[in-house]
Design a protein around this ligand. Structure first.
Ligand code: 3PG
Length: 370
């Protein structure tokens, strides 16, 4: 069974109807403006508005425990309003229905402020569904989560994949079919367990696994090397050891040669590592990158991430996929006009979702659209 794509659907009959559009506005507080993730959701909303539909935008933000002002979606309302040239009404309370005279674009508060969202609660999904006539999933980055606004909601409304979700499925699906070698995977950032699935899946396919951030620290711990207070994932060390035992020459796992430290924490890769990783990237013909190698948001610890970006952008011969909220946000370190990306590079809005998808696993949010 295939996914129902919004782009292929006759929406003529939907004029005057209300679309519930699930997007991913999981963007760090303070980084709302010029965000790649925000920019990426606009085509679907514009597409629907141009066809006469009203749009209710649904998203989560962060991992709140109850209501948390810092994780409100309110700051996005004026930004969306400017981009869409439409009044955007922000709603903190889940209404019973959308009153027809109230406008064309609505943004509901952070879905994770409601308990039912992460439990994939059918009752909560039904309440959300009551707000619209049809549902559009344009949140690839959350499609690996069995959440009410991603999965359960599709039981109540005609459901489609939005333009962004379609683009992600097609581009990421393509790389699985045609990988040319050398094939390099770069893994950094915070969540190690997400990345282990990729290391396992691609073990026989990839030539190099370049590590930074928490994944590299966790390997150091598995090798009984001191890492001070660095970010690690203790739960992953035994699985990492299994991978290390599989190593034969030439080794696949490539670890930092030098690191930058502050407050007893490894916060970036050093210059020798940047040089080594850049050489490997320049020879590669397929590259997947998820997770920055350092804490680039902190001044003095951005050079590793900048170095990787430069190497990535210099390589015009490889098919390259870069994904994850932080990784795509880090592009602003080297470029002002974010979206001038060379054609051989595909920027994915997905982090964990991209890794799962590339690991050949089914994403519940996509399955629910079939
Ligand atoms: C992401 O940033 O990868 C998505 O928004 C999913 O967020 P989560 O890992 O908190 O579910």
């Amino acid at each position: 069974m295939s996914v129902f794509y919004l782009s292929k659907t006759d929406l003529k009959k939907m004029r005057g109807k209300t679309a519930l559009v699930r997007v991913d506005l999981n963007i760090e507080p303070g980084a709302e403006k010029n965000s790649f993730r925000l920019e990426a959701i606009l085509p679907t909303i514009r597409f629907l508005l141009a066809r006469g539909a009203k749009v209710v935008i649904l998203s989560h933000r962060g991992r709140p425990r109850g209501r948390d002002k810092n994780l409100s979606l309110r700051p996005f309302a004026p930004i969306l309003q400017k981009e869409l040239k439409q009044r955007v009404e922000f709603m903190t309370v889940l209404p019973r229905m959308i009153a027809p005279q109230r406008g064309k674009v609505f943004l509901l508060g952070n879905l994770r402020f409601w308990k039912g969202e992460e439990k994939n609660d059918v009752g909560f999904a039904r309440r959300l569904a009551a707000l619209g006539d049809f549902y559009v999933n344009d949140a690839f980055a959350v499609s690996h989560r069995k959440n009410a606004s991603v999965v359960a909601i599709t039981r109540f409304l005609p459901s489609y994949a939005g333009l962004l979700l379609e683009k992600e499925i097609k581009n990421l699906g393509g790389i699985l079919k045609y990988t040319t070698h050398p094939f390099t995977i770069i893994l950094g950032g915070g969540k190690t367990s997400d990345k282990l699935g990729v290391m396992n899946y691609f073990w026989n396919k990839a030539d190099n696994l370049l590590l930074g951030g928490a994944p590299a620290n966790t390997v150091f711990v598995a090798q009984k090397l001191p890492v001070g207070n660095s970010l690690i994932d203790r739960g992953s060390t035994s699985q990492i050891l299994k991978l290390i035992r599989k190593e034969v020459e030439p080794r696949k796992i490539v670890l930092p040669l030098d690191v930058k430290i502050a407050d007893k924490k490894i916060l970036d890769i050093g210059p020798q590592t940047v040089e080594k990783y850049s050489k490997i990237i320049s020879k590669s013909r397929t590259v997947i990158w998820n997770g920055p190698p350092g804490l680039f948001e902190k001044k003095g610890f951005e050079k590793g991430t900048i170095g990787i970006w430069r190497a990535i952008l210099r390589n015009r011969k490889a098919k390259i996929i870069v994904g994850g909220g932080e990784t795509t946000a880090s592009f602003s370190l080297i470029h002002n006009s974010k979206f001038m990306i060379p054609k051989n590079i595909f920027l994915s809005t997905g982090g964990g979702a991209m890794l799962k998808f590339l690991s050949g696993r089914k994403l519940p949010g996509i399955e629910a659209l079939k």
